[in-house]
Design a protein around this ligand. Sequence first.
Ligand SMILES: [Mn+2]
Length: 298
Amino acid sequence: MNKNNISILGIPMDLGASTIGTRLGPDSIRMTGVLDDLIDLGLNVTDLGNVDIDNGYKKEKNVDNMTNLDRLLPSLAKINEQAYDLFDRDSFPLILGGDHSLVLATFKAFLKKHDNPGLIYIDAHADINTEKTSTSGNVHGMPIAALLNLCDDRLNKIGGDYYLKPENIVYIAIRDIDEGEEKIIEDLNIKYFSMAEIYEKGIKKVLEETFEYLKDVDNIYTSYDIDSIDMDIAPGTGVPVRGGLDYNMARDIMSRLGKNDKIKGLELVEVSPSLDIGNKTSLIAKELLLGFFGKKFI
Ligand SMILES: [Mn+2]
């Protein structure tokens, strides 16, 4: 994997969220000038543009507690195909989202591309509700459950019969977990680092333990939800939660992940410019990406 060559795919998705706005995330991040800055770091950047998604303009009916399902399924199938093509290129894949339902399609493509891959999931939420445990019906709270084959088959089977092993996922920064989710995490013994544990150990130790835990996995995908960061510094997101990562921690995580050769793909999701204050969330997203790709920090 050549990290000097980056291919970028935007996924302007908001069908999985409760509010519209994340469809503007990829372009808002681009408009910070991050592509020029990556080129200035000496990288070759290819922007493949955005996946063409039919987002509509309002919520469609709720199908068996999966909102927008009828439009989500063809969109996720399309994202899955284009993500696979992205992962098949001889360059480092960078995905800009978009609401987090998209990871169901992107990580399915990663599972098809790589044998026994791992997932580092940096998020305020666990996104591991099924349509039976979810109180909202929003599919961006369900992708991990679907990747584990725990949801309705219409979600589980998107992108084919490839599934994530529960022992191959590590959550970082979760702090807002629903009751049903807690039970799934306990039953499957899924590894996570809460904010309390992160404060106690520090980022360096948390990531060392993460890679030790994933030591039998050669190919790791990182899914970075901007709501992992505290809502006061990254307010431009659909489901903000107080008590998250501060800027230095968020940036430090990215720098350390970027230096690890096992990381074979990165996505940054849930930036919602219409909920932002002074564009600061997109600007933080830019700094996170630059940190991942080697810009010196502090
Ligand atoms: Mn999320």
